[in-house]
Write a protein that binds this ligand. Structure first.
Ligand SMILES: *Cc1c(COP(=O)(O)O)cnc(C)c1O
Length: 362
């Protein structure tokens, strides 16, 4: 057995060991065909099966109701920041953006290039320490859509409950928390997520959208950036990122075999409780960067009393096999990303390390 790191990377991030091992087993000879999955046509029956099964598994695990389609696109979540307004922000309408941190900001800035937006709510005044309450989000009845960022990967905040936007389409960036817990998909009209945090490797972006939104994109939108192109061809308009989709397929099966999203949520809550308890029980030695009601179960952000102490924390943690605990350059401080594939044992080891570090330095 090779020794695996305590991997708290923010993305790309930890993948389940079982998935990596199965991929290794099938690497040279995919299920008896004498070739790898990367060496065959994306129109072959073997790849079509992977594509179809993965789309069905997304629907099954999330309980996606009828009337939605699952797409696998390229260009990352960042391309969705532009595709969404290109396809949905028609002249004469405005789109509402809820500003909760860096990712929501990026989505809103990109949309501004394509039409009119308004700030539906903002957490900026409080330094993005809290997610706005659902009732504080302004839903204009004539809005093209309202956009939220379900989990702010950099700030470490997450919606505890989603807003009800009535007949206005709700669009959610779930890049860093898709499938970390069960959700009511029917609250959303459009969900997107880059795979490389909770679902697999980089290279594929999952979209779950109501059929109505996928019918007809505006004429001027380029072929590859139109949702109708990909919806009509079941995400096989051009060559898809076959290896990324294949790994996502294995991750989805791993989630299912471990009890689905209820089990994921239970594990994520147990895991993050260890670390949040280490913060809250430290008598102020560690300071959480997000208010308790908005804390993320995917990205835990915290600070120490001085930059020097934080540097020492990172240096010592690295010596003990921990990876990825440095905060994002925009926010600084410390961050532990605890995605589905991060084992309980890694979180236990981190909590123990934190308690030990506090005793030696407090
Ligand atoms: C990582 C991330 C993105 C950007 O994803 P890319 O696939 O790198 O474009 C967007 N939104 C959120 C919430 C993220 O965590």
């Amino acid at each position: 057995m090779t020794k695996r790191a305590y991997n708290f990377n923010a993305g790309p991030a930890a993948l389940p060991l079982e998935v990596l091992q199965q991929a290794q087993e099938e690497f040279v000879d995919f299920r008896g065909i004498g070739m790898s999955i990367m060496e065959i046509s994306h129109r072959s029956k073997e790849y079509e099966q992977v594509n179809d099964e993965s789309q069905s598994l997304v629907k099954e695990l999330l309980g996606v109701p009828d009337g939605y389609q699952v797409l696998f696109l390229q260009g990352g979540a960042s391309t969705q920041f532009a595709m969404i307004p290109m396809n949905f922000l028609k002249p004469g309408t405005a789109a509402g953006y809820v500003l909760t941190g860096s990712w929501a900001d990026k989505a809103a800035k990109e949309a501004k290039g394509f039409g009119e937006i308004y700030v539906a709510a903002s957490g900026e005044a409080s330094g993005f320490r809290a997610i706005p309450a659902p009732g504080d989000i302004e839903v204009r009845p004539d809005a093209a859509y309202v956009h939220i960022t379900s989990n702010e990967t950099i700030a470490g905040s997450q919606y505890a409950a989603y807003p009800d936007t009535g007949s206005v389409p709700l669009i959610g960036d779930l890049s860093s928390d898709i499938m970390c817990r069960p959700i009511d998909v029917s609250k959303f009209d459009f969900i997107y997520a880059g795979a490389q945090k909770n679902l697999g490797p980089s290279g594929v972006t999952v979209v779950i959208a109501r059929d109505e939104l996928l019918q007809a994109s505006p004429k001027h939108v380029p072929t590859m950036l139109r949702y109708d192109t990909h919806a009509k061809s079941k995400s096989l308009y051009n060559t898809p990122p076959v290896y990324s989709v294949y790994i996502v397929n294995l991750v989805l099966k791993w989630i299912k075999s471990h009890g689905g999203l209820e089990a994921m949520e239970r594990m994520n809550r147990d895991k993050t409780k260890l670390i949040y308890d280490a913060i809250d029980g430290s008598g102020g030695f560690y300071r959480g960067l997000v208010e308790p009601g908005s804390r993320s179960i995917m990205n835990i952000t915290f600070a120490l009393g001085s930059e020097e102490l934080e540097k020492r924390f990172i240096q010592e943690s690295e010596k003990q096999g921990f990876v990825g605990l440095k905060g994002h350059r925009d926010v600084g401080h410390l961050r532990a990303s605890t995605y589905n594939a991060v084992p309980y044992e890694s979180c236990k080891a981190l909590a123990d390390f934190m308690n030990d570090f506090r005793q030696r330095n407090g």
